[in-house]
Write a protein that binds this ligand. Structure first.
Ligand code: TXA
Ligand code: MG
Length: 318
């Protein structure tokens, strides 16, 4: 499995039934990279303790290696083998796991993870996903799974198995297909620091929910060091120019509408932000594949998950 020109796997999209989950778990134990659905986006997973397998993630994505990876765990108890949880971290895990929240915490000194996973940082990003397929693969394999979004670095994140297949082409790994992801935006990333907490990436769990639980507002994030690629200006970019807050499109633009602004496609005719988040990346993939030269996107209110939608849109337009 690790030899030959396609070390990533078999290059097939298979329905995520019990046999497929067993095949994926076995392949991961042998060091392969497998694309697995989560409730946020599809992840490109590999055994976090296997340096060669982790290198294959970076190679497949074409990701610059200063970007560390999120490690997925089946539950809080497993997470404590990898990171040190203080009371605040435990509260967050208790409230939001399993679910779309990633915690950046101090790395346990003896954590069984390859150096490339944390890219040399003294911290580690952990997430306990809610998706039944990812949960089943974690439990059957018994592994901690490092998994960035299953797209080439800088491209649009995948919310469907077809997006994964299109992004990797010939280099496609084994892909477990469980249809569209429910949340559709990457997890919220929160760093728990000694003197407070930071929002490193907005996502489905809002900053207001975190602030309410911890009883304090976030610390500012200094841009001195890029810790989350979400902070790279041109992340999530389609291959065409993107124009935001567009009430109308020019004849050469594909118009993504919202609410009453109908467009060529519409994120949510009811103006529902959760529906818009779930559909956003699929709409960008469609817009990118259209015969128009540019993409225009209707205004989206910056409230609740709309904050995360606008964060991704700004980066798509940068
Ligand atoms: O929803 C998600 O989070 C998806 C699914 C597959 O779980 N994964 C995902 O991974 O979005 P990725 O690699 O595209 O984004 C991981 C983010 C990056 O922005 C990375 O820089 C940040 O997590 N990160 C990882 N370790 C970190 C650390 N120790 N400190 C700060 N940021 C970290
Ligand atoms: Mg990504």
């Amino acid at each position: 499995m690790m030899t030959g020109s396609n070390p990533q796997g078999h290059g097939r999209v298979i329905k995520a039934d019990a046999d497929a989950i067993t095949e994926a778990a076995t392949a991961l134990q042998a060091g392969a990279v497998v694309a697995i659905p989560t409730e946020t986006v599809y992840g490109l997973a590999a055994d976090a303790s296997n340096a060669e397998a982790v290198a294959n993630i970076y190679r497949t994505k074409g990701r610059p290696d200063f970007n560390p990876l999120i490690v997925h765990v089946p539950d809080h108890a497993a997470a404590e083998r990898l990171a040190q949880f203080d009371d605040r971290a435990s509260m967050l895990a208790f409230r939001f796991w399993p679910g779309p929240l990633t915690l950046v915490l101090p790395l346990q000194p003896d954590a069984p993870v390859a150096k490339a996973v944390t890219a040399g940082l003294p911290t580690i990003a952990l997430r306990c996903p809610a998706h039944p397929v990812m949960q089943a693969v974690l439990r059957q394999s018994g592994l901690f799974l490092a998994a960035p979004s299953a797209n080439r670095s800088g491209g649009i994140s995948p919310t469907r198995a077809e997006h994964v297949a299109r992004s990797f082409g010939e280099a496609m790994p084994l892909v477990l297909d469980a249809g569209a992801c429910a949340a559709g935006l990457e997890s919220t990333i929160v760093a728990v620091r000694e003197n407070g907490w930071q929002l490193l990436r907005p996502g489905p769990v809002t900053a207001a929910e975190i602030a309410h639980l911890l009883g304090e507002p976030p610390l500012p994030v200094t841009e001195a060091r890029i810790e989350a690629p979400g902070q790279l200006a041109s992340h999530y970019a389609p291959s065409k120019p993107v124009r935001l807050n567009a009430l109308e499109a020019t004849p050469d633009e594909w118009h993504i509408g919202f609410g009453g602004i109908s467009g060529d496609d519409n994120l949510s005719t009811d103006g529902d932000l959760a529906e818009a988040a779930a559909r956003l990346f699929d709409a960008l993939h469609k817009a990118d594949a259209s015969d128009k030269g540019g993409i225009a996107i209707a205004p989206i209110p910056s409230e609740d998950i709309g904050v995360a939608i606008n964060d991704r849109l700004r980066r798509a337009a940068a």
